[in-house]
Write a protein that binds this ligand. Structure first.
Ligand code: HEC
Length: 271
């Protein structure tokens, strides 16, 4: 018995030295175009799923049938998610095709994580994958809007999707929105006028903004302490450019040849 234990301990010491040495000498290919061996992928997926389950189990889920929530989710989804997770009428993008692990096509039925887990993923992101932690720029009610909208998404055709996005207030989650998007067609006419937030949900509260009734119709209980005018977009994630996908409200043109890349450089593709 004692001997077996000694052998096992020795074997595991040798194995960890081998793994460490392999990593140190660069044998692990970190290239995103080199898939993990199936066993490594399965192990990482297990660790991810168990981690999400543990961390999301006590999250209280609000009423996801709320139409205002769904509409808000549609506008934000169209602005922040389609580059990777696609939309009805958009079959593939540069990002969706080249990330590893690959982002799920959320327009397809089959996404079956429960709402609490979905909320947790959107809020916290997933390490060492392309999935950002949206909670850094978005308050919880807007994240629930995305969760509520995602439940409807697989049932929408391109026309229904565009209509729903057009009925939303576009990219709007109370501060922290990126200006790197092509916003054309994403905001309703209220965006340009003084009543910037007229499409938001009831009771939202922007204490440091000038007009007291500026945000009539926003989401209940929202506060936007970070919405100081000058630095409105500070703290955003660089590189979440969606310029390779035209917003659905403006009729998506994924085949457009010219676009700005995440590094801010604009160029044309040859074909
Ligand atoms: C830059 C690309 C990118 C963007 C933008 C992005 N995601 Fe993701 N997302 C990913 C990747 C990559 C994964 C897969 C991570 C993994 O499997 O480890 C993922 C995973 C997810 C998952 C879990 C899917 C599953 O496997 O169960 C959800 C839900 C999700 N994203 C929602 C969103 C929402 C909502 C938005 C917009 C607010 C968004 N994502 C924006 C790249 C992105």
């Amino acid at each position: 018995m004692k001997r077996t234990i000694k052998t096992l301990v020795a074997a595991s010491i040798v194995a960890s030295i081998a793994v460490t040495a392999g990593a140190y000498y660069g044998l692990v290919n970190v290239g995103a175009d080199d898939p993990h061996p199936p066993a490594v992928y399965a192990f990482l997926a297990m660790a991810r799923d168990r981690s999400i389950l543990l961390r999301s189990r006590d999250i209280q889920v609000p009423d996801l049938q709320n139409q205002a929530l769904i509409r808000a989710g549609a506008g934000n989804y169209n602005s922040m998610c389609i580059g990777c997770h696609l939309a009805p009428g958009i079959a593939a993008t540069e990002l969706s095709q080249s990330l590893y692990p690959a982002p799920l096509n959320l327009t397809k039925a089959g996404f079956d994580r429960d709402p609490a887990a979905t909320f947790w993923i959107i809020k916290h992101g997933i390490k060492a994958s392309g999935m950002p932690a949206w909670g850094k720029s978005m308050a919880d009610p807007y994240i629930w809007g995305l969760v509520a909208f995602m439940k409807k998404l697989p049932d929408l055709d391109a026309q229904q999707y565009r209509t729903l996005v057009a009925s939303s207030a576009g990219h709007q989650h109370g501060g922290g929105e990126s200006e790197m998007h092509n916003h054309e067609g994403q905001h309703n006419s209220a965006e340009a006028g003084a009543d910037h937030h007229s499409g938001e949900m009831a009771g939202m509260n922007h204490p440091d903004e000038a007009a007291a009734d500026h945000h009539a119709g926003e989401m209940p209980g929202m506060s936007h302490p970070d919405e100081a005018a000058a630095d409105h977009h500070a703290g955003e994630m660089p590189g979440t450019s969606h310029h390779d996908v035209k917003p659905a409200a403006a009729a998506p043109k994924p085949a457009s040849k010219g676009h700005v890349h995440a590094d801010g450089k604009e160029h044309l593709h040859a074909g």
